[in-house]
Design a protein around this ligand. Structure first.
Ligand code: ATP
Ligand code: MG
Length: 436
């Protein structure tokens, strides 16, 4: 049987059972609609005054009654209020589900204006996301394998087709995910893959944001090229106070300056933007809820108890939440799509190092980020007049890890300051005891 035939059968039996009093008093259902989605099928029942009781009866005991009317194999059924209708829904078994919708089949041209094709909805219509005044930033949430990186690849690829857009790519999990985008046109710098480079990239974005605000304040400009930060697994970095603060400011102030963020996470607990729930809605008004692990995570990202993102089927099955909520099958990006992209080098070889001065007085230099051991080695290095390469080697030798050049320079600077302070207090510092 095909999907539509199964849906018709389900609608007919539900309507008949309700009207014949199978659910208590007879419930007339003058209208029923079928929803033949790519990953799930549903029936929408319009029961007028009887909507409340019908919803309660069908949803009770984990949809025990509704399950009897679903004529295919399924795991999780859902019954919820969908507009005016009571919606009974279940995912298709693998042999009936649409496995993928290819990006190349639904979009090849830039949409421009900060818009991108997210995927198709349940009626096969294209769902378009937008970076605009209403949804300047988007949160993408989903458990591992749900399709976050794929969704980001699709969005970034489309933005890169628009010469008006510049991109900053950051990957909280080491860079494997966004690596296919390394030569995308419009990149400001290389993909930031560690804490240090993420700080530098966000520092650059923040300076650009401030520059734009100054230009707006002086009346020199009000419109700027769109700047989009694409940040995969961003929760991996937000325990760094500097990154958390930069990101918070960029999100709060970006809207007016055409600076936008797409933030993807496995753990949609986004406390850094304020208390959960409301703050997410306010600051990240665009959301793509891929399959999440539990009802609590679903509520944070969806912004309410239904629909349940933990009942999605994975692999790009999602709710897109902007002015309305729609179920969407996210477009699949394939190697070919990326191969077609004209290659280009990022504008900068590297983001310039950022310092604490970039976020003003409110955030201190993160001294905590150096261990006492590292600092001890750096002090020894300064006393001996070593330069950066020897310090890097010495740290590595002691099993403390080889720091990048920026981090090593900072350690040296910090050690010099400390020695200076000691000398000012009249202490003479001689070479510290340590083996060569
Ligand atoms: N839109 C999609 N359409 C079809 N299949 C998809 C889609 N998105 C993801 N998949 C499938 O799921 C797999 C995992 O996707 P992806 O790497 O994007 O997930 P993720 O959420 O980033 O996971 P991770 O936590 O491992 O980073 C893909 O290799 C692909 O097989
Ligand atoms: Mg991923």
């Amino acid at each position: 049987m095909d999907r539509q035939a199964l849906l018709n059968q389900m609608a007919q039996t539900l309507v008949a059972a309700a009207s014949q009093g199978a659910f208590g008093d007879p419930i007339p259902i003058p209208r029923a609609e079928t929803v033949n989605g790519p990953r799930a099928g549903a029936v929408r029942l319009f029961a007028g005054w009887h909507t409340g009781p019908l919803l309660r009866i069908l949803a009770a005991d984990d949809c025990a009654l509704a399950r009897q009317f679903i004529p295919w194999d399924f795991q999780d059924a859902q019954v919820y209020l969908d507009g005016r209708a009571v919606r009974v829904e279940a995912p298709w078994p693998p042999e009936l589900a649409t496995q993928a919708v290819r990006l190349r089949e639904i979009n090849r041209q830039p949409r421009g204006g900060g818009r991108w094709t997210i995927g198709i909805d349940e009626l096969g219509r294209t769902v378009i996301g937008a970076l605009n005044h209403a949804t300047p930033h988007w949160l993408l949430a989903g458990t591992t394998g749900s399709g976050k990186t794929t969704a980001l690849l699709g969005a970034a690829l489309q933005f890169s087709r628009d010469p008006q857009t510049r991109l900053v790519l950051i990957d909280g999990k080491g860079g494997a995910g966004l690596y296919p985008l390394r030569n995308l046109p419009g990149l400001v710098g290389p993909i930031a893959t560690d804490l240090e480079s993420a700080r530098n990239a966000l520092g650059w974005v923040h300076r650009e944001l401030q520059r734009r605000y100054e230009m707006m304040a002086s009346g020199r400009a009000v419109a700027f090229p769109r700047l989009v930060v694409v940040y995969d697994e961003f929760q991996e970095h937000t325990s760094d106070p500097l990154i958390a603060e930069l990101l918070r400011r960029i999100v709060l102030k970006g809207r007016a300056a055409q600076v936008h963020c797409l933030l993807a996470t496995q753990h949609p607990t986004v406390r850094m933007f304020g208390e959960e729930g409301g703050a997410v809605k306010r600051n990240l008004p665009g959301r793509l809820a891929l399959r999440v692990l539990d009802a609590k995570a679903s509520e944070v990202v969806v912004g309410g108890p239904v629909p349940r993102a933990d009942r999605l089927t994975g692999a790009g099955d999602a709710y897109a939440i902007a002015t309305q909520t729609v179920r969407v099958q996210v477009a699949l990006v394939e190697g070919e799509d990326l191969d077609e992209v004209e290659r280009s080098e990022p504008e900068m070889d590297d983001y310039p190092p950022m310092g604490p001065e970039d976020v003003g007085q409110e955030v201190e230099e993160p001294r905590w980020s150096y261990t006492g051991e590292e600092l001890a080695v750096a002090l020894a290095a300064v006393v001996r007049g070593w330069g950066r390469p020897r310090l890097q080697a010495a740290l590595e030798q002691r099993g403390l890890g080889r720091p990048g050049s920026v981090r090593a320079d900072r350690l040296l600077r910090l050690a010099r300051e400390q020695l200076e302070a000691l000398r000012e207090e009249g202490l003479e510092v001689v070479a510290l005891q340590e083996e060569e």
